[in-house]
Write a protein that binds this ligand. Structure first.
Ligand code: SAH
Length: 403
C-alpha cells in the first residue's frame, strides 16, 4: 500500500464495526501492541489478511487504543481537516437560525467524524478542546483548517478537561492559538444575550446543548400565572432562567449552583437582557442540600429544573448514577406545585433514555407523584451522533407535568 504510517494488525473478527464506521478499536482488538510508538501517533489499521481498514491515532495509555479518523487511504493533513470542518460548518448553517443565534457547537467529536475534538463557536471566537493525545499532535493542521473555514477572530485551546486523564494526559492553562478574544465577549442565542468567559467558564464557557430546551421552556413560561416561581437547580449562568423571564416578565426565579462565579455571570446575563437581576435569587449552594431545606420549608414552585453534571463518566459508574438520578428527582418532585412542570436532565453518556425514564419513574413512585411526559429532548442538531457510535448520544431531557 506504500503508506507513510505504521501499520497495526487487528484481531480477526474485530474489523466489522470499524468498517461500518465505528471509530474505536479497544486495546483487546490489537493482534500485538506496537512498540516504540509515541502516544497519539498516526497509524493504519489492517485486518488479519493485511487489508486496509482505516487510518487514525494510537495511544497505548488508554483502553480505546485507536480512534479512526478516516476509512480511506488519504493523508491526515490540513486538507483532510478542512473537509471535515467544512461539513460540520455547513450542517450548522442548515440546522440553526444563525440570524438569532451565533453560539453553537461547531465540532462534536465522533459525531462529526473528528474523534477527540470539541469546538464551540462564540460569536466569532472558537474554543477548542483536545481530549486525546492524537488530537494534541494534530493541533496545527486542525487549527489551520478551523481558521480557513470559520474565519474566526480567535481560537483558544482548553485542555483543562478531566477526560484527558484517561489518555494519560495532563491539564494545562488555556492557550491562545490565534487572534485575540474581544473583552466582554457576548453571544446571542435565540435573540437573547449571554456573556461568555472562554478562559475560565466551565467546559468551553457555555452549555450550547440546552438551546432548544430553553426555547421550549419559554413556551411554558409564557402562560404562568402572576406570582409564579421557578427553581433552576444547577443553573450555571442561568440560561434557562433568562429565557423564562424574557417570556414571562414578573416570573421570579431562584438560581442555585455551587459555583459563585457562574452565578455572578448569571446576574450579568439578566442585566444584558434588560431584566433586573435584583428581582431574582442567586444562591451559591449544594443543590441536594438546598432541595432538602426547601422541602422542609414546604416551598413549592410552578417550574423546577434539574440539570446536574454527568453522574456517570464511564459505564462502570452507571448503576450508581441511576440511583443518583432517582435521589435527585425524589428531592425535586415534592417542590413542584400540582400541575406544575419538572424539567429533568441527564448528560451521562452511558445512561440510555429508557434507563433515565425509569430512574425518574422510581422517583415519582417514591414521592407519590404522577408524571405526564410532555416532551422529550436529546442532543440538538449541533451535537450530532452517528447511529453506529451512540456513545455521543449523551443528553436526555424530560419535560413532565407533575400531578
Ligand atoms: N443548566 C445549565 C448547565 C448546568 S451544568 C445551563 O443551562 O447552562 C451543571 C452545573 O452544576 C455547573 O454549573 C456546576 O457548577 C453545577 N454543580 C455541580 N455540582 C453541583 C452541586 N452539588 N450543587 C449545585 N451545583 C452543582
Amino acid at each position: 500500500m506504500g503508506s507513510e504510517y505504521p501499520t497495526i494488525k487487528i484481531k480477526a473478527g474485530r474489523e466489522w464495526q470499524l468498517k461500518r464506521g465505528h471509530p474505536w478499536l479497544f486495546s483487546g482488538g490489537l493482534q500485538q501492541a506496537p512498540r516504540d510508538l509515541a502516544p497519539g501517533s498516526l497509524v493504519d489499521l489492517v485486518d488479519a489478511a493485511g487489508g486496509f481498514v482505516g487510518r487514525g491515532y494510537y495511544n497505548p495509555k488508554t483502553d480505546i487504543a485507536v480512534r479512526l479518523l478516516t476509512c480511506q487511504d488519504e493523508p491526515v493533513d490540513q486538507a483532510f481537516f478542512r473537509k471535515r470542518v467544512q461539513a460540520a460548518w455547513d450542517l450548522r448553517q442548515q440546522a440553526l437560525d444563525l440570524n438569532r443565534t451565533d453560539v453553537f457547537r461547531l465540532i462534536h467529536a465522533e459525531g462529526d467524524f473528528l474523534p477527540g475534538v470539541i469546538a464551540d463557536y462564540y460569536a466569532g471566537v472558537i474554543v477548542l478542546q483536545s481530549h486525546t493525545a492524537g488530537v494534541d499532535r494534530l493541533l496545527e493542521p486542525l487549527t489551520a483548517a478551523l481558521a480557513e473555514v470559520a474565519r474566526p477572530k480567535a481560537i483558544l485551546l482548553r485542555t483543562d478537561v478531566a477526560v484527558r486523564s484517561r489518555e494519560g494526559l495532563g491539564k494545562a492553562e488555556p492557550r491562545l492559538l490565534m487572534g485575540e478574544i474581544p473583552p466582554g465577549l457576548t453571544v446571542q442565542e435565540n435573540g437573547l444575550r449571554f456573556k461568555i468567559d472562554p478562559w475560565k467558564g466551565q467546559k468551553t464557557g457555555f452549555f450550547t446543548d440546552q438551546r432548544d430546551k430553553r426555547q421550549a421552556l419559554a413556551r411554558y413560561a409564557r402562560a404562568l400565572p402572576d406570582g409564579a416561581t421557578m427553581a433552576n437547580l444547577f443553573s450555571y449562568t442561568a440560561g434557562f432562567s433568562v429565557y423564562a423571564v424574557a417570556a414571562r416578565p414578573g416570573l421570579k426565579t431562584i438560581n442555585v449552583d455551587q459555583s459563585a462565579a457562574a452565578l455572578e455571570q448569571a446576574r450579568q446575563n439578566f442585566e444584558a437582557n434588560n431584566l433586573p437581576a435584583a428581582a431574582h435569587i442567586f444562591k451559591t449552594a449544594d443543590a441536594f442540600k438546598w432541595l432538602e431545606a426547601e422541602r422542609e420549608r414546604g416551598a413549592q414552585h410552578e417550574i423546577v429544573i434539574l440539570d446536574p453534571p454527568a453522574f456517570a463518566k464511564t459505564h462502570r459508574e452507571k448503576d450508581k448514577a441511576l440511583k443518583g438520578y432517582t435521589r435527585l428527582n425524589s428531592l425535586g418532585l415534592p417542590l413542584v406545585r400540582k400541575g406544575g412542570l419538572l424539567i429533568t436532565c441527564s448528560c451521562s453518556g452511558s445512561v440510555m433514555m429508557a434507563e433515565f425514564e425509569n430512574a425518574v419513574r422510581e422517583a415519582g413512585a417514591h414521592t407519590g407523584r404522577d408524571l405526564q411526559v410532555l416532551e422529550i429532548f436529546e442532543n440538538g442538531a449541533d451535537h450530532p451522533w452517528s447511529l453506529i457510535a451512540p456513545e455521543s448520544r449523551y443528553l436526555k431531557v424530560l419535560f413532565c407535568r407533575v400531578n
